[in-house]
Design a protein around this ligand. Structure first.
Ligand code: SF4
Length: 367
């Protein structure tokens, strides 16, 4: 009753009736949810859906992030990670360096290695194939989640292969899943302003579709809180939902809060926790066909990430170990959490901690 009173008071009773009936929300519903001043009411709706799907579970993964290079010619204005060759902050790991990082963690019960980098102008396609092959030799048991749709398009351009051939070769070398980066905001207006050199939103969706079609599943992201409008956020979410209707290939959706420090958009304000929570909640409500929504603690910080578990998110990501993309842009979170810290954070938020693999198959429940 109290929930209904809150939702009526917030002018969201019509949306509550749709949510309760399991009806799909539309574009106008999404805009209305973003525009309401009562973010708690949006959270109540998202939490209702989240608990219906996942009960009291919150997932985490024992994973390792590896960034092979930050050298990139794209110059996206929101990015503090990408550097031109010769920049003092530029780095490039060799296959041996990458294997050393994997070897350092060989005794950890890692189930996923996440590998991304910039669009390096000179590294040959064979480098990426070698990275995957050599890691798989060392750790045949881990899932390799590597290379965004943006990197896939870059490899195709560099190698002269089609994107499909690139994906097939990477898969033969050990690629299991694509991470969801590079989606940013699909709107051409926004991309023209913040990442004109990057592939378009249509291309990102096309490459994701191609991957799903040949059996490579992927994640999806949305970078929010820079120059996009509310309508452009909703459009982004609905375009993901449309593709998921067709392929069922997305495993998890990850809303990424823009981090302005050290970027060309450093004049913009940092995204507020309220905006983060509302965006996660609206994502949960609109993306009725993507089972998991991540509260990515690296970008949100632990405090907001914990609260987000009550606003529709069901996953906290993982141990990570070393993170460069968010931290070069001023993310203030730690770079790593241990399994026991992840479990403590989840329990403190009132949830049951469940370890998962990349596909959200359960590895173990915390004792
Ligand atoms: S977001 Fe990616 S593509 Fe854009 S500059 Fe940064 S590393 Fe390069």
């Amino acid at each position: 009753m109290e929930m209904e009173r809150t939702l009526k008071g917030a002018g969201l009773f019509d949306i509550w009736q749709k949510v309760k009936a399991g009806e799909r929300l539309n574009f106008d519903d999404g805009v209305k949810l973003f525009r309401t001043d009562n973010f708690r009411a949006v959270g109540l709706l998202a939490d209702y859906v989240r608990r219906k799907l996942h009960g009291n579970r919150t997932y985490y993964v024992i994973n390792q992030h590896i960034n092979y290079s930050n050298i990139c010619g794209n110059g996206c204005r929101f990015c503090a990670f990408g550097q031109s060759p010769g920049s003092p902050q530029a780095f490039q790991l060799s296959v041996a360096d990458i294997l050393d990082k994997v070897k350092e963690r060989l005794n950890d019960p890692i189930t996923e290695i996440h590998i991304v980098g910039g669009c390096h102008p000179a590294l040959p396609f064979s480098f990426y194939l070698d990275v995957l092959r050599e890691i798989k030799k060392l750790r045949p048991d881990v899932t390799l989640k590597a290379f965004t749709a943006v990197e896939i398009a870059h490899f195709a351009k560099l190698s002269g292969l089609s994107e499909k051939e690139v994906l097939q070769e990477l898969r033969s070398a050990g690629l299991d899943v694509l991470p969801g980066g590079g989606a940013e905001i699909f709107s051409p207006r926004v991309r023209k302003m913040v990442c004109p050199e990057k592939i378009s939103g249509d291309e990102w969706l096309r490459i994701s579709r191609l991957a799903h079609k040949i059996g490579i599943r992927s994640n999806a992201t949305m970078l929010f809180g820079h120059v996009e409008s509310i309508e452009e956020r909703v459009d982004h979410l609905l375009r993901l939902r449309d593709l998921q209707d067709q392929t069922s290939g997305f495993i998890c959706f990850i809303p990424l809060a823009f981090q302005p420090s050290n970027t060309s958009l450093s004049n913009l304000a940092k995204v507020t926790p309220i905006d983060c929570l509302k965006t996660i909640a609206v994502s949960r409500l609109l993306l009725d066909n993507i089972l998991h929504v991540k509260s990515y603690w690296i970008m949100l910080g632990i405090n907001t990430a914990q609260v987000a578990l009550h606003f529709g998110a069901d996953d906290l990501d993982g141990t990570v170990i070393e993170e460069k993309i968010g931290h070069m842009a001023g993310a203030e979170s730690d770079q790593a959490l241990t399994r026991s810290e992840l479990i403590r954070v989840i329990r403190e938020a009132g949830f049951e901690a469940v370890e998962r693999d990349t596909y959200f198959d359960i590895v173990r429940k915390a004792a």
